[in-house]
Write a protein that binds this ligand. Structure first.
Ligand SMILES: C[S@@+](CC[C@H](N)C(=O)[O-])C[C@H]1O[C@@H](n2cnc3c(N)ncnc32)[C@H](O)[C@@H]1O
Length: 219
């Protein structure tokens, strides 16, 4: 399987697809010296797709896209940050490829996502991560919604180091980078990358679901 990871950052999503055996090419507008995928292009994600539609159709089996979520995250709304909304243009570009895809985003973007599936760290055996993220599946496949276990542990208060048993919040200038590196299995990431990332377990789940559907169709 060959996968294009748009808005790849340091490669949280990429790692999960890689763990499932995919070959991953990342695209980000910024240089990403820590990126851990198989290939990297520095470019505007939508323009990259629009400029290479034929090559993308021939080369890739699946596209993951994590357009920047700052516009929709509560803290940024409070700060009245003026980031462009890239969900709609990204979906339009993905539809042009005709390939199966997921678009990932945060709760604030839910009204813009079509039939989103919610993922949470508890679904994947993580004990210190809730980090809800939402995934729109498109291009001819469906992503099943896993069971969402009850949240029992308290979340650490922002700006305070996490105590044993507390769930961490990897946002802003959080403390506990080492805890997150271990829990998510992202040892190459720094705080900037973690703050932006999805835990690789989420994309590994997507990768495995997609493979299972393809195998079923081929049987
Ligand atoms: C939420 S992060 C993605 C996190 C990634 N999925 C992960 O799991 O590690 C969004 C990324 O989009 C990049 N970005 C923002 N605007 C972009 C654009 N127009 N084209 C390409 N990348 C862009 C940012 O530099 C940032 O690295």
């Amino acid at each position: 399987m060959k996968l294009l990871d748009l808005y790849c950052c340091q490669g949280g999503a990429t790692k999960g697809y890689g763990d499932a055996g995919y070959h991953v090419t990342g695209v980000d507008k910024d240089p990403q010296p820590r990126y851990i995928g198989d290939a990297f292009h520095q470019a505007d994600a939508v323009q990259f797709v629009l400029d290479r539609l034929d090559w993308i159709r021939e080369t890739f089996d699946f596209i993951h896209a994590s357009p920047p979520c700052q516009l929709d995250s509560d803290c940024q709304r409070i700060m009245r940050n003026d980031h462009p909304d890239l969900i709609e243009p990204t979906r339009e570009a993905l539809e042009l490829t005709g390939l199966p895809y997921v678009i990932e985003n945060v709760a604030g973007a839910l009204p813009k996502l079509k039939q989103p599936v919610e993922l949470c760290g508890l679904m994947f055996g993580m004990t210190r991560t809730y980090r809800h993220r939402y995934f729109e599946a498109g291009g001819g496949w469906t992503l099943p919604q896993p069971h969402h276990p009850r949240h029992e542990a308290p979340q650490v208060k922002m700006g305070r180091p996490a105590r044993d048993g507390e769930v961490i919040q990897a946002v802003g200038n959080f403390s506990g980078v080492g805890i997150v590196r271990d829990e998510w299995d992202v040892p190459w990431m720094n705080r900037d990358g973690i703050r932006e990332a999805i835990p690789p377990a989420y994309s590994r789940y997507i990768a495995e679901q997609f493979l299972a559907q393809r195998r079923q169709e081929a049987a």
